[in-house]
Design a protein around this ligand. Structure first.
Ligand SMILES: NC(=O)c1ccc[n+]([C@@H]2O[C@H](COP(=O)([O-])OP(=O)(O)OC[C@H]3O[C@@H](n4cnc5c(N)ncnc54)[C@H](OP(=O)(O)O)[C@@H]3O)[C@@H](O)[C@H]2O)c1
Length: 293
């Protein structure tokens, strides 16, 4: 049996990781929610990894409240930057591989072509800045040569699932109110379901030789806008909701967001000899699975 520790196990991605790892025969899983393991405590992180000797640690813990982060700066940096650094160095010291998750919000959105992992970053808000610092802390905390183990950082965008709190469930909840909705149409990216991302992370855990260490972009074929994402949700669920486009300027938020944050999904999928999935298909699969639950 191989051993995997999943941190942030009660979150949207964390729950899917626990489910995905549990499905795979050869894995023994230790799932840590925030109450079991606070990743901002170096002592707790060291103890968890030293005691259980995992083959791999997957970090799904994060501070993800993008607007609130503008005020909770210190907490956002502690969870998204300092904690991942603790995890990475504990993994390196104990010979465990480490898988971390980051975000499209590390980019400023000024690009006119899909973002590649090596493109320069320039976050426009506190959340993105804290996640970018986390990427650096993970790379710094790791010494592959001396530890003999590897680390990977998977950037993903616009994560959703059929349960929990995310854009999909928010749209379905708002649809029940029977009112017309306005949704931003000038931010482009690609919606990504948490289940398939969890599957990719476990594939990487299982076959560590496939990918070089470092940053990879996971995503779907896009881009699209939040407006078109909302329209697809209502179309696929047969909900008759009036949705009107609005601009970012019409819908002010505390945190600035990149206008374009489409992550190029091809380089990663080529390594697995797979085609990336169109975002609409992934959404349909997520909704179909929801009906079956
Ligand atoms: N959500 C998105 O749209 C999105 C987009 C791109 C990338 N990502 C990235 O994808 C990853 C997974 O995100 P997600 O959507 O699953 O987020 P999520 O649902 O907010 O889950 C994050 C989990 O981390 C926990 N957590 C917070 N502080 C912690 C700490 N100090 N120690 C341990 N656990 C802690 C949270 O617990 P509490 O709920 O109790 O605070 C929560 O259960 C993150 O790295 C995120 O940055 C997300």
């Amino acid at each position: 049996m191989r051993r995997v520790i999943i941190t942030g196990a009660q979150g949207q991605l964390g729950k899917r990781l626990v489910q995905e790892a549990g499905r795979r025969d050869q894995w023994e899983v230790r799932a840590f929610g925030r109450d079991d393991l606070d990743i901002t405590s170096q002592a707790a992180v060291d103890q968890a990894i030293e005691q259980w000797h995992p083959d791999v640690v997957i970090n799904a813990a994060a501070y993800t409240a993008v607007d609130q982060a503008e005020e909770d700066r210190e907490l956002a940096f502690a969870v998204n930057a300092i904690g991942p650094g603790f995890l990475a160095s504990a993994c390196a010291q104990n010979g465990a591989n480490f898988i971390h998750v980051s975000t499209d919000y590390v980019f400023d959105g000024a690009s006119n072509r899909p973002y590649l992992p090596k493109d320069p970053t320039n976050p426009v808000g506190v959340y993105g800045a804290s996640k970018r610092l986390g990427e650096k802390a993970v790379s710094r905390g790791y010494n592959e040569v001396t530890s003999g183990s590897k680390h990977w950082i998977f950037r993903a965008a616009w994560l959703y699932d059929s349960t929990g709190k995310n854009f999909l469930t928010t749209m379905l909840r708002l649809a029940e109110k029977g009112q017309a909705l306005r949704v931003v149409s000038d931010q482009l990216g690609a919606p990504t379901a948490a289940g398939p991302l969890a599957c990719m992370l476990m594939d990487c855990a299982e076959k560590p030789d496939v990918l070089d260490a470092g940053i990879w972009h996971y995503g779907t074929v896009g881009p699209t806008s939040w407006f078109d994402f909302a329209r697809a949700i209502f179309q696929l669920t047969g909900k008759d909701v009036e949705v009107n486009p609005c601009s970012t300027a019409d819908y002010p938020t505390r945190a600035k967001r990149p206008a374009y944050s489409y992550l190029d999904p091809y380089p990663l999928m080529q390594k697995w000899s797979k085609e990336p999935v169109p975002w609409e298909l992934q959404l349909k699969e997520c909704l179909d699975e929801r009906v079956e639950l």
